[in-house]
Design a protein around this ligand. Structure first.
Ligand code: FAD
Ligand code: UDP
Length: 368
C-alpha cells in the first residue's frame, strides 16, 4: 500500500477543495505547490494591513446554492458587490453596460431609447450572425460602446484584434436595461472577511502540504508515493509539450503603497482606451471596505505568456482548442491521474466553476 491515496499537485482552489473533500472521506492526501504559499491565484498578501490580491482582483460570485453554502461553511463572506468603473480618456462610465452607461454616453433616459440607439447602430453595421468578438459586441451594445469601452480594453487584454477573438469572451458580461451597476448576475457574491487565505487555511487544515515543491523536480518520486495524482498544473507540461505548447495570457502587476486613504474610490477601475498601457487599477482595500490610513493599488498589465512567466488565462481559440483536445485524449486515458482546474482543463473557469467541479467529482461526491 502506498503512503498516500492522493498526491495533489497544486494548492490552488481545485487542489485545496479536492484535498478537503478527500480528507473528509477518510483519504490520505499530500498537497504540493511550487509556490511558497497556498491559494494559487487567489492568494492575498498583507501589505499595510490590507489584503492585496497578489495575482489579480478576485470576486466570488455564484448562483449555485451548494457552492455558496460550501464556501460559507468554511469562512464568512462580506457583502461586497463588484461595480467597476470604466475610465476612457478621463471620462467615467459605469459597468457592466447598463442604463447608467447608456445615459452617460447618449443622454438617453428610458430603456426603450437605449434599445433604439443600439438597434440603429447594429443595423448600420449590418451584422446578422456575429462571427467574432467585434461583431458580437456591436450586435449586443452598438458601435459606440464597442469603440469606447470594449475595443481598446479587449485588445490590450488579449493582445489580439477583436476580429480574431471568439465571441464567447464578451458574452461573460451582462447587458442590462436597468440602472444596476452590479457586474455579475449571480444570486450571491462577496469576498471572504479577512481575505482569501482564510478559506485556504480552512481547506488545508490538518492536511500535509509541502510548499516550494515542484512536481517536475522529482516526478518519479512523487508518482511512486500515492495511489492517484490530482494534477492542477498546465496539461501540456504534464505531457512534456509533446504536441506543442498551449498559449496563455499572463498578467503583471505594478503594486504601490500610497500615502492616501482613498485613491480612486472604487476597487476596480478599467482603462478602456488603447493608449494607457495597463488594463485596470485595483485598489485592494475597497474589497473589504477598509479604512486604513494608507492604500495599496496595483496596475495590471497583460502580455503574452513565456515559459518563465505565470500562465493565467487560457486562450481558447481554434488553434489552442484543437491542440488541447489532443492532450485531453491522453488525459482521458489515464487511470491514476485526475486533471482539474484552469490550467489542467485549459478552461477560463471562475472560482465557483472550480468549486462546483470538485463538489461534483465522482470520487468525492457525497449523497447527503
Ligand atoms: P490556480 O489558482 O492557478 O492553482 C494552480 C496551482 O498549481 C498554483 O498554485 C500553481 O503554483 C500550482 N502548480 C502548477 N504547476 C505545479 C507543479 N509542477 N508543481 C507544483 N505545483 C504546481 N474567478 C472568479 O470567480 N472571480 C474573479 O473575480 C476572478 N478574477 C480573476 C482574475 C485574474 C487576473 C485571474 C488570472 C483569474 C481570476 N479568476 C476569477 C479565476 C480564478 O483565479 C480561478 O478560477 C481559480 O483560481 C482557479 O483555481 P485552480 O486551482 O484551477 O488554479
Ligand atoms: N471587457 C471589455 N471592457 C471592460 C471589461 C471587460 O471589453 O471594461 C471585455 C474584455 O474582452 C474581457 C471580457 O470583457 O476580456 C471579460 O471581462 P471580465 O471582467 O469577465 O474579465 P476577467 O475578470 O476574467 O479578466
Amino acid at each position: 500500500m502506498k503512503q498516500y491515496d492522493y498526491l495533489i499537485v497544486g494548492a490552488g482552489l481545485y487542489g485545496a477543495c479536492f484535498a478537503y473533500l478527500a480528507k473528509r472521506k477518510g483519504h490520505r492526501c499530500l498537497v504540493i505547490d511550487k509556490r511558497g504559499h497556498s491559494g494559487g491565484n487567489m492568494y492575498c498578501e498583507n501589505i499595510e494591513s490590507i489584503n492585496v490580491h497578489k495575482y489579480g482582483a478576485h470576486i466570488f460570485h455564484t448562483s449555485n446554492r451548494k457552492v455558496w453554502e460550501f464556501v460559507n461553511s468554511l469562512c464568512e463572506f462580506n457583502n461586497y458587490i463588484n461595480s467597476p468603473v470604466a475610465n476612457y480618456k478621463g471620462k467615467l462610465y459605469n459597468l457592466p453596460f447598463n442604463m447608467n452607461t447608456f445615459h452617460a454616453l447618449w443622454g438617453v433616459v428610458t430603456p426603450e431609447q437605449a434599445r433604439e440607439k443600439i438597434r440603429e447602430q447594429r443595423e448600420r453595421a449590418g451584422i446578422s450572425e456575429p462571427r467574432n468578438l467585434e461583431e458580437q459586441a456591436i450586435s449586443l451594445v452598438g458601435s459606440d460602446i464597442y469603440e469606447i469601452l470594449i475595443k481598446g480594453y479587449t485588445e490590450k487584454q488579449w493582445g489580439r484584434k477583436c476580429t480574431e477573438l471568439p465571441a464567447s469572451i464578451i458574452k461573460r458580461l451582462p447587458v442590462r436595461f436597468t440602472f444596476d451597476n452590479n457586474y455579475f448576475n449571480d444570486l450571491w457574491q462577496g469576498i471572504p472577511t479577512g481575505g482569501y487565505n482564510r478559506l485556504f487555511d480552512k481547506l488545508l487544515e490538518g492536511i500535509e502540504t509541502r510548499l516550494g515543491t515542484d512536481y517536475f523536480s522529482d516526478r518519479q518520486y512523487f508518482d511512486s508515493i500515492a495511489e492517484k495524482t490530482v494534477f492542477t498544473g498546465p496539461v501540456d507540461q504534464f505531457y512534456g509539450y509533446r504536441f506543442g505548447k498551449l498559449e496563455y495570457r499572463t498578467v503583471r502587476f505594478e503594486t504601490s503603497v500610497l500615502d492616501t486613504g482613498n485613491y480612486q474610490g472604487v476597487a476596480v477601475m478599467n482603462y478602456t482606451d488603447a493608449e494607457t498601457p495597463y488594463t485596470r487599477i485595483i485598489e485592494h482595500k475597497h474589497f473589504e471596505f477598509g479604512n486604513q490610513e494608507k492604500t495599496v493599488i496595483s496596475k495590471e498589465y497583460s502580455s503574452e505568456w513565456k515559459s518563465d512567466s505565470e500562465p493565467y488565462y487560457p486562450i481558447n481559440n481554434e488553434r489552442n482548442n484543437c491542440l488541447y483536445q489532443k492532450y485531453k485524449d491522453l488525459a482521458d486515458s489515464e487511470t491514476s491521474v485526475i486533471f482539474g482546474g484552469r490550467l489542467a482543463e485549459y478552461r477560463y473557469y471562475d472560482m465557483h466553476n472550480i468549486v462546483e467541479k470538485v463538489l461534483e467529482h465522482p470520487e468525492l461526491k457525497t449523497t447527503e
